[in-house]
Design a protein around this ligand. Sequence first.
Ligand code: XMP
Length: 514
Amino acid sequence: MKLDIVLVLDFGGQYCHLIARRIRENRVYSEIVPNNITPREIQILNKKYNVKGLILSGGPQSVYEEDAPKMNKEILELGIPVLGLCYGHQLLAHLLGGKVEPAKSKEFGITYATITKPVAILEGLGKTEKVWMSHGDTVFSVPEEVEVLAYTENTPVAAFRHKTKPIYGLQWHPEVVHTEKGMQMLRNFIFGICECKPGWSMRDFVEKAVQEIKSTVGEGKAIIALSGGIDSSTATLLAARALGQNLAAIFVDHGFMRENEPELIQQTFQNMGFRFITVNARKRFLEKLKGVIDPETKRKIIGEEFIRVFEEEAEKIGAEYLIQGTIYPDRIESGFRQFSEKIKTHHNVAGLPTKIRFKSIIEPLRDLYKDEVREVAEMIGLPKELVHRQPFPGPGLAVRIIGEITEDKILIVKKADLIVREEIEKSGFQRNLWQYFAVLTDTKSTGVKGDCRAYGYTVAIRIVESKEAMTASFARIPYEILERISTRITNEIPQVTRVVYDVTHKPPATIEWE
Ligand code: XMP
């Protein structure tokens, strides 16, 4: 039986992928497609799935700009329900003959919308709803055949529906948690309007991923970059299911791992039915990074060196394919999409050198968010300790040492990181946290230790709560815990004279400092 699917047309918005994810949370399958998809391509997809709905995502541009992303207008004639969100809302209004112009006052963040007609997409909602907006343009008017369903103080057409065709628009973002009834709005669309039947599950995902790896690699051999983090560990187990002994997992010890980590990874994976190889590349990475200060250069060098090590190992064992545990947020923030902004280069994505010697790179988790990966990990039997570990970036502690990386600094940040982990885990707080770690800044400051002047490093503590790492809040950790961390760091690490707590959300900061 064919699965129902809702396609999300990507117009470059930071939250585009969240839309697909929210739909999957309702057990309806969803995929992101380019915004210039044609009616013919939709018909081809229809052979594999039942295409039941289309959602146009947000995006950073203005519909009236010449180079703004457009869509094929004939899609609106297919009879498939279409919902536009933010930019998508403005684009639909524009295509239907409405007036879209810069807003008199831009709306970012929480706004209250007045629902004038609680029908269709707004079925079951109250008179006033808390919604999340992020837009500079506004739909000021729509033609006769379009009915306005809601407005806000600055947006006269905040929600609409076409009177005779299944076309809908919402100026706000129902996919972000800050829109209180956002999920209900999406459910109204996928179940009420598109009449999707829930049937998709993570099991389908596992099967699809295993099949994809099998059919790409065939009888060949592949290696996977295994860092011991949840993403690469999950990808490794998926690949092991597909390839068995034709898979070799390579763990590159670049020297920027946390205390005891290389040993833990070795113990966990060495007897799991695939080849497990550790490469000690500590010296080589450190040499390459000598004198490098710029964070993006660091990331690129690490990404490139990783690939070189893998290529060498692959050559030794005759592997032609590289599998990686890249997940969706890694890709989106690396700016891989045509109309979105680049934030930083995640080493396993855009850090890749352009000339690689593999036949292809396979990223089975490329469309998933971290908590979806956790679900897959549990399903395929990854040990519990690994499933619930905090995320750790591919470049490791190298992006937590500001300025030049030296052996001495690596030791300091390792010790500080261990103290943060021990104290947080002792307190039981980790259950609500996304990440908790130490950063070695390149700021030195004066202190006093044992009645003597001391001049040493400043360590910053970063502890955040998050759901998908796209946004994060600094955690309101009790002072007693912070005090214990600070006291231990300054007592146990002689080179540190000061400890500070990072109280910045993401955005505007990112989670890692580099
Ligand atoms: P940022 O610092 O971009 O981090 O807010 C978001 C999440 O991604 C992790 N991170 C990485 N993960 N390779 C990875 O696999 C990387 O290069 C990388 N950089 C950041 C970070 O720890 C956080 O959870």
